[in-house]
Structures are given as C-alpha cells and as structure tokens.
Design a protein. Structure first.
Lengths: 301, 333
C-alpha cells in the first residue's frame, strides 16, 4: 500500500514549487535568490514602455511647436525616437542602477549576472539588444501587420509564440536575451530580523528528558516556531490563537508523555520551553551528523 | 542539556547580530542611493561585513534550526551581495572603452566573418550583373518595386541620371529622407541578418547575397546606360559606410552562427555566449555606421553633386572607419 504523504513532505513540495536559483559568489557561499514572477516582469515591462512612450510623445510635441510642419514625418520620426530613447534608457538604467529600470524598481525586480560576479556592461547591452529583437520588433510589426501578407503574419505569429514560450520552458524564467547574456531576473529580497525565540524564553520550570525529545524533527520544530511567532491583531483571532496553543500543547504532551499537568494559562510558556529544549536537542544531534528533517526521521531526498 | 546557558545557535546569533544590523544599515543606504553614498571607511566595512555575513550564513545553514534567522540571513546576504557586486561603471568609461579599443578589437577578431559577408555581397552583385546582361527582365526579379521607384530598364537614361543628381528639397525633406532611410530596407536587412545568424548562418548568408543581388542589378542597369561612374559616386557617398555596416551586421550574425555550428571544446550555449561578446559589439558598430550613413544619404548626397567629390568623401569616410578598426586599442596589447 502506498504510504500517504506526510505534512512535512507536502510542505517541502510547496517550498520547491517556489522557484529559486543559487549564485556562487567569489566568497564561495551559495546565495539563494527567488526567480521573479512573470506577472511582475510583465508589469515592469509595461511601465518602462509607458515611460519611453511618454518621453517620445513629449519630444514630438516639442518639435511640433517649431515653426515648420512635421506632419508628414510623424510616424517615422516616432519610430526613430522610440529606438533612440528606448535602447539607451534600458541599458543605462540597468547599468547604473544595478540591474533596475524604473519599472523594475517599482515592481521590485532586479537583473543579476548568473556567474555570481555582478552584472557586466556586456551582459546589460546584450540582454537589452535582444529585447529589441524579441519584443519591440515583433511589437512594431504587429502594429503594421495589416499591410503585410499572410505569410509574414504567420512568421510573426510563430516568432511571438517562440518568444513567449522560451521563458516558460526553463526553470529560471530566462528569456532569450537572458540566456545569451547569462543573466537572471530576481525578486528583490527583503529581510526582517525577528527576535530569537529561544533567547527570549521565560524562566523555565518545565523539564524534559532526552527520551521526550526523540519524537519530533526539524519540520515540526519550525512549524511550532511559526505558531509561536504569529501575532494576532483582533480580539477574536487572539481567542482562536490561544485555543490552538492549548490544543497543540495538549497534543505534544500526549505524544511525548509529559506527565505533569499544564494549566491552559501556561500553554504558551510550556510550548516556548519545549521549543527551546527541542531546538537545542536537534541542533546538538545535527552537529553530530544526525539530521532529523521530520518526525519520521527521514532525510530530505 | 543546560538550562542555565542559552543554546549554541542562540549564542552564535548573539555574537554576530550587531554586525548583521550594521551591514543592513549600510546595504539600505546603498540600495536607496548607490555606492556613491558611502565614504571610504564605510565602503571598506561594507565589504568586510558582507564577508562576515556570508560566513555566518554558511555556518547558520549547518547549525541553526531557527527558520526566521535563516530566512533573514539568506536575504541579508543576497542584498549585501547585490550592493557589493554592483557594476561600478561610468558613462565616460563605457563609451571610452567602446571607441578606444574594445569595438575595434572585436572587429579585428571577426576578420573572417567580415570577409565572408563581403564575399556574399560581391557574389550576389556579380551574379545579378551577369544575369542582367543576359536578360534585363531579371531586374524586376531582384529589385523590389518600392525600392526601384521609377528606376528600371524601361526608364530613360535622363530619368536615371536625374535620380542620381536630385538636389531638390529643403532641410525638412532631407530630414525626412534621413528618417525614412533609418527604417528603410537596409536597416531591416542589417537587423535581420544579425539576429537570424544564430540559425547556423544560413538566413544571414541568404540575406546578404540577396542584398548583393539588388546592388548588382542596379549596377548593371546603370553601367548599361554608361552611367557607371556616376552611380559609383552616388553609391560611394553613403554606400561605403552603409554596405560596410551591412557586412558588419551580417558578420555579427555569422559569428553567432559559427559559434553554434562549430562550438569547439565548449557547449553550444557557452560558445554562443562567448561569441556574443564580439557579435554585440559588431551590431553596435553597425548601428552607428548606419546612423552615419543615414546622415550622409540624407544630407551630403543632396548637397554634393560632383561625382569626384562624392567618391572622395565616401571613400574618405570609409578610410576613417578602417583606421578606427585597425588602429584603435592596438597599443594596449
């Protein structure tokens, strides 16, 4: 009979479904970055296009004030201006703002060199020149697609499909330009330092024997950590939280065979003490090579 | 298990927390205002604290089961990495290096690819001229109607001559001609022959030969009417730059295609990446040359109508390009 998936395995699956990539900087410690979502990238691109179009239109409006008529040229002028504003805009912003255009700043994205040595000028230029070929050339042709034949429309369609599919086929969501320039786009990491739960533990009057520590692994410990860290904003959610703490405490006591009674009002203190003791125990085991990833003592496979 | 002393990972954290927080403050400042925000001492401590934090991360991954601490360190080190390994470029530096040697070195390294592109161009012209001499009707096969305009085997010699020495139009018309040029046939050909080179050179080669065919057909038509020298002058003033730009763009495509075809000891992906370093520079040079050619075609060709002068200007500028490619950045190595 096939064994059912444990919660730890499910959680691991969930964790793996978020996409990560690792860079190895010269320091030799791999650093994890989260792969940027397609929606965010699309949004950033849209914002950047908007900015360049606005600049282009304002330049044309400025030119329109000049004494001679530019009417017959507007479309070709617009095309040139777009090219001359767009390419430098992307290249210079990404180069001088460390991989961020205005749109990427707004959506919290960043371009990274995949070799872990920072972005090079070549990488920035290459990925943005490819952007011309990948996105803007078919985009411009799409606007005039009515005037070319069926054959070219099909070619255009094929090209757009290829360009859209490539980022979906690789795990790091690299578009063609990223592949050639060897760059990744990542979501900007945020960091919040929370207080150490074991350090802020209250005076412990709960004692645990080593045998009582044998029941849980890393996954259960960290689940308990999340539970202890939850803050409740409203009164009703606070009541529910206290209830769940009492339930969890009771469950743990049953499981590890903790005989002494724990009053409901001290459930939180009990869990805190148990967390500290369990963490110390598991970290000690881990240091001697006994890694317990969950309560089934199965290692990550 | 001692209740008196905090557990090991807690002590580990307590010893290093101040450094992490100091690093975070520095990183925040760099994130909001760039590395220029920091003075010398701060930059030094940024690098130092970053290295300490990477070590902390590496240790914490092994000894700590505190999930929030691990998440914090992961993201702190990631942010510090971005701050420390940010590109330290100046605009003048980037442009100076491009013109001062890196572009010309890329052109010099691509000698064979450029030769291949010119060979394709000449092959096309030669074939078209041969065919035209057999039967002028070939002209219509090679030259697209919108490019030919009123020039064709049916046109009178006077009409053909008038096209070469058209001086009508004011500044505005010249600007229009310039604008139209940039998005004309040749720019598109350059772009495609560069971008499609990845597909084993074949599309680039075909496009370049095709461009040669058009050129050859024109040439044969004008030579047929005894206007060969005049056409040469007309073409020279912008064509030396423009056709070279086409050849360079195609050569960039060839470099990519050759990297795919013959990767040598590398994987195809790595080989493509290595070739792209030169190919991108070739594309930039080609774009620059097309821009200059647009200026030449839009303005100089209308202003200068003397054939000798046209030839001198066109080839003079061509020589200047050649001098840039051959000489710039040589001393450095």
């Amino acid at each position: 009979m096939a064994r059912r998936q444990t919660p730890a395995e499910l959680a691991r699956k969930l964790e793996n479904s978020r996409r990560w990539f690792e860079l190895v900087p010269p320091e030799g410690v791999p650093i994890r970055f989260e792969v940027a979502g397609l929606a965010a990238r699309f949004g950033a691109q849209l914002l950047d296009i908007l900015i360049t179009v606005v600049v282009m239109i304002s330049i044309i409006l400025l030119l329109a004030v000049l004494p001679f008529s530019i009417e017959p040229l507007v479309s070709s002028l617009a095309a040139i201006l777009m090219l001359m504003i767009r390419a430098p805009y992307y290249i210079l912003t990404e180069l001088f703002w460390n991989g961020q255009t205005v749109g990427k700043r707004a959506t919290g994205l960043r371009v990274l060199g995949a070799d872990g040595r920072g972005l090079t000028t070549h990488a920035v230029v290459a990925r943005n020149l490819m952007k011309e070929v990948e996105i803007f050339m078919p985009g411009t042709m799409l606007l005039v697609s009515g005037s070319v034949g069926t054959f070219w429309n099909l070619v255009l369609l094929l090209w757009i499909v290829i360009v859209l599919v490539i980022p979906l086929t690789n795990a790091k969501r690299q578009r063609l330009g990223d592949l050639i320039a060897n760059t990744y786009v990542t979501a900007r990491p945020k960091s919040v330092l929370l207080p150490d739960l074991s350090g802020s533990a209250p005076k412990l009057d709960f004692d645990f024997t080593p045998a009582q520590m044998e029941h849980y692994g890393r996954f259960e410990l960290q689940t308990l950590e999340s539970l202890l860290r939850t803050r409740s904003e409203t009164r009703s959610s606070n009541v529910r939280r206290v209830e769940s703490l009492v339930q969890v405490a009771a469950q743990i006591r049953r499981k590890i065979g903790y005989e002494e009674p724990v009053p409901d009002s001290r459930a939180r203190e009990f869990l805190h003490a148990f967390y500290t003791a369990q963490r110390a125990f598991l970290e000690q085991k881990r240091m001697f090579g006994d890694v317990r990833d969950d309560k089934h003592h199965r290692d990550d496979d | 298990m001692s209740d008196s002393q905090p557990i090991r990972s807690t002590r580990f954290r307590a010893e290093r927390e101040a450094d992490w927080l100091a690093l975070e403050t520095l990183v925040k400042r760099v994130e909001s205002g760039g590395t220029g925000q920091l003075d010398f001492q701060e930059s030094r401590s940024l690098a130092e604290l970053y290295r300490k934090a990477t070590t902390s991360l590496s240790v914490a991954r092994d000894i700590s089961l505190d999930k929030s601490l691990l998440i914090y360190l992961e993201s702190l080190v990631a942010r510090a990495f971005l701050a420390v390994y940010a590109p330290q470029e100046r605009l003048s530096g980037v442009i100076g290096r491009f013109f001062g040697g890196s572009a010309s070195a890329a052109v010099r390294r691509s000698g064979w690819a450029i030769l291949m592109a010119f060979a394709a161009l000449f092959l096309g012209s030669w074939v078209a001229a041969l065919l035209f001499n057999q039967d002028p009707a070939w002209y219509y096969t090679f030259v697209p109607a919108e490019l030919a305009g009123e020039r064709g085997p049916g046109a009178s010699t006077e009409t053909l001559r008038a096209v070469l020495f058209d001086t009508e139009g004011n500044l505005l018309a010249q600007l229009g001609a310039f604008a139209a040029f940039l998005f004309s046939h040749n720019t598109r050909v350059a772009l495609f022959s560069f971008a499609l080179g990845v597909f084993a050179c074949v599309p680039s080669l075909l496009l370049t030969i095709y461009n040669g065919l058009i050129l050859g057909a024109f040439w044969a038509l004008y030579a047929d009417r005894g206007l060969g020298t005049e056409l040469f002058g007309w073409l020279s003033i912008h064509g030396v730059t423009e056709l070279s730009a086409l050849a360079l763009a195609a050569a960039g495509g060839f470099r990519l295609g050759l990297a795919v075809l013959f990767p040598g000891g590398l994987t195809r992906k790595d080989s493509l990446r290595a070739a792209s370093k030169d190919a991108v520079k070739l594309a930039l040079v080609a774009a620059l040359m097309l821009f200059v050619a647009g200026l030449q075609e839009g303005f100089a060709r209308q202003l200068v109508t003397d054939t000798t002068l046209r030839i001198v200007i066109g080839w003079g500028i061509g020589l200047m390009w050649l001098a840039w490619f051959m000489l710039a950045g040589r001393r450095a190595r």
